[in-house]
Design a binder for this molecule. Structure first.
Ligand SMILES: Cc1cc2nc3c(=O)[nH]c(=O)nc-3n(C[C@H](O)[C@H](O)[C@H](O)COP(=O)(O)OP(=O)(O)OC[C@H]3O[C@@H](n4cnc5c(N)ncnc54)[C@H](O)[C@@H]3O)c2cc1C
Length: 550
């Protein structure tokens, strides 16, 4: 691929075009702006999601929002459901009892303090407007009511045709890269001819009925995240959207011949005179993962790359991690600090991670729905999904030869700073404001282990380079050095931390780190799909296959 930019003179240009302004596309815009990349998002709908859909932000997503400076905003927006972490169960809502709070267990008891951020419950229809506003404030161009209608690519750029949904006006836009965050029925994926593999349909069809009813008095004192209703005429799961007036009832079966207000009142066990059904959404849990995450200059992210049953609350969270992984790599390539072949590591890392999340979500569904024949020995510890515990097998990292004998376990949660995993969280100060997760972010960090300090009042970390960005290139991929005492890093050992908090290398010689970093940023060029993908688009713009609006 040439590093030179050649533009269609008539077309406005951007560095990265994002198709789809859902939760993943908007997060992609934020990550790219964080790294100083010019980005345009086009979203077919005129508004953000009207459906609550995903509600749980795992700690790993909160860590990403922390890096983007958004964790406080997200937490504030989530305060309505703060403390609604319990499950509840009963014949009807009126009879339901709150169940004891379940905490994931580790070898030494309940696991806590795994992250500088707590998870939170915030429905997608409340999170997306916040992300949209933040992306615009960060300088992204965000165009709702605008559809990607077709695209083509060559060695240098992507040329897209976009359609103003209201006026029907079409225009061209060029970009160095395209991120397809266009959802499960991704027409970009279809245009690239990328198939999907996986278990396919998992479990039975369900219907999510989104409704309004003032139930604050009914639930007061036994607030819940999800309440399992086992009334024989109205079984299902009642999810809190704001914990007072907005709810989603997930009912097994189809929509035909069902009187939803009557069924909901049976499940609630109270008259709920103000009950109003807002939408009825039939869905079928599926596990399907794209066979390639990249096609030349186009990269799939979020549901476009993977769909999974919702019972591990991992669909949206996995998509957020996708674009966090892709963002710094695109920035490094666009700034010519890395070779384009670095982008091959996106597929090498995120496709196995997507497969793992989708497979585990399917296993969780079978476990929860009683479809499994017995305990599933491969069911991962819940924090592996929630705290980004998946170990990348290959990619922009130097595999540790010990991986074969000492891989990151999945049935228990015991992060130990292995290569290909997120750095374990440890507080860096007694006030608990700074975490090891904060050691990287815009740039890379070289972390060297030191012995514990005898003076307990001083933090066990030195960060001489922290915050010393080059004023002329504030988003350059720099290497900060720091010294740290931590249980997972013996004195004298060092590790190289990527901008996405992933450990890329461990070794004993800090002087080797710069050459390791250079080699990671300039990998041997793998065979590129660009020629094939450009040939598929015939060098010009191919219209996208029609899909139903999501
Ligand atoms: C009932 C339900 C419950 C769920 N619960 C959870 C949960 O608890 N936790 C969790 O993590 N996940 C959950 N999910 C999954 C989660 O909602 C999805 O994983 C998430 O929405 C994926 O985000 P996305 O941005 O990739 O795709 P989407 O949200 O589908 O966004 C894609 C966007 O692209 C737009 N688009 C499509 N084509 C074009 C085009 N050509 N041009 C411009 N725009 C286009 C669409 O209009 C859409 O807005 C749930 C899903 C459902 C249905």
């Amino acid at each position: 691929m040439s590093g030179q930019r050649t533009h269609d003179a008539a077309a406005p240009s951007t560095e990265v075009l994002v198709a789809g302004g859902g939760l993943v596309g908007l997060t992609a815009a934020l990550v790219l702006r964080h790294h100083g990349v010019a980005v345009t998002v086009v979203e077919r709908r005129r508004t953000t999601s009207p459906q609550p859909k995903a509600r749980r932000c795992h700690v790993r997503s909160m860590e990403i929002f922390r890096e983007l400076g958004l964790a406080g905003l997200v937490r504030d927006a989530a305060r309505e459901l703060a403390g609604h972490d319990h499950m509840a169960a009963g014949r009807t809502l009126a009879q339901a009892e709150q169940l004891p709070l379940w905490l994931p267990a580790g070898p030494a008891g309940p696991v806590s303090d795994i992250s500088p951020e707590l998870p939170c419950l915030l429905a997608q229809d409340a999170l997306e407007p916040l992300l949209r506003e933040a992306a615009v404030a960060a300088g992204a161009t965000v165009r709702f009511g605008t559809e990607l209608a077709g695209f083509g690519q060559d060695d240098d750029e992507v040329t897209a045709q976009i359609l103003d949904v209201g006026s029907g006006r079409r225009e061209r836009i060029t970009a160095r890269y395209l991120i397809a965050a266009d959802g499960a029925r991704s027409s970009v994926r279809a245009a690239l001819g990328i198939g999907r593999s996986g278990r396919g349909v998992v479990g039975r069809p369900s219907v999510s009925v989104y409704f309004r009813a003032d139930l604050a008095d009914v639930v007061r004192g036994r607030e819940f995240n999800l309440c399992q209703i086992d009334h024989p005429d109205a079984p299902g799961g009642l999810a809190s959207v704001d914990g007072r007036r907005r709810w989603v009832f997930m009912s097994p079966g189809g929509t035909a011949g069902r009187d939803w207000p009557a069924l909901l009142r049976t499940a609630l066990g109270v008259p709920a005179p103000d009950l109003e059904v807002l939408s009825v959404l039939p869905w079928q849990a599926e596990m399907r993962v794209a066979d390639r995450y990249s096609g030349g200059r186009v990269h799939l992210a979020g549901d476009a790359a993977h769909v999974m049953p919702p019972f591990a609350a991992s669909g949206a969270n996995t998509g957020i991690a996708d674009v966090h992984n892709l963002g710094w790599k695109l920035a490094a390539v666009l700034r010519a600090e890395a070779a384009p072949a670095l982008l091959d590591s996106y597929d090498a890392e995120r496709r196995p991670a997507g497969w793992f999340a989708a497979d585990q979500s399917s296993r969780r569904t079978r476990d929860l729905r009683g479809l499994a024949e017995g305990p599933d020995p491969a069911l991962a510890h819940p924090l592996i999904l929630a705290a980004g515990g998946f170990q990348y097998p290959a990619g922009a990292l130097v595999p540790d030869p010990r991986r074969a004998s000492d891989p990151e376990p999945v049935t228990e949660f015991s992060p130990a700073g292995r290569v290909g995993t997120r750095i374990p969280h440890r507080w860096l100060d007694q006030a608990r404001t700074q975490s090891t997760i904060d050691l990287a972010g815009l740039g890379w960090a070289l972390v060297t282990g030191i012995k514990a300090r005898p003076d307990a009042d001083r933090p066990d970390v030195d960060r001489p380079d922290a915050g010393r960005a080059d004023p002329d290139r504030p988003n350059a991929h720099r290497l900060d050095a720091c010294r740290l005492h931590a249980d997972f890093l013996p004195a004298g050992q060092c590790l190289l931390l990527r901008p996405d908090h992933i450990i890329a290398w461990r070794g004993a010689d800090p002087a080797a780190a710069a050459s390791v970093l250079a080699a990671l940023l300039h990998p041997q060029s793998a065979p590129s799909a660009t020629a094939e993908d450009a040939a598929r688009s015939g060098g010009g713009i191919s219209p996208l296959p029609a899909t139903r609006p999501g």
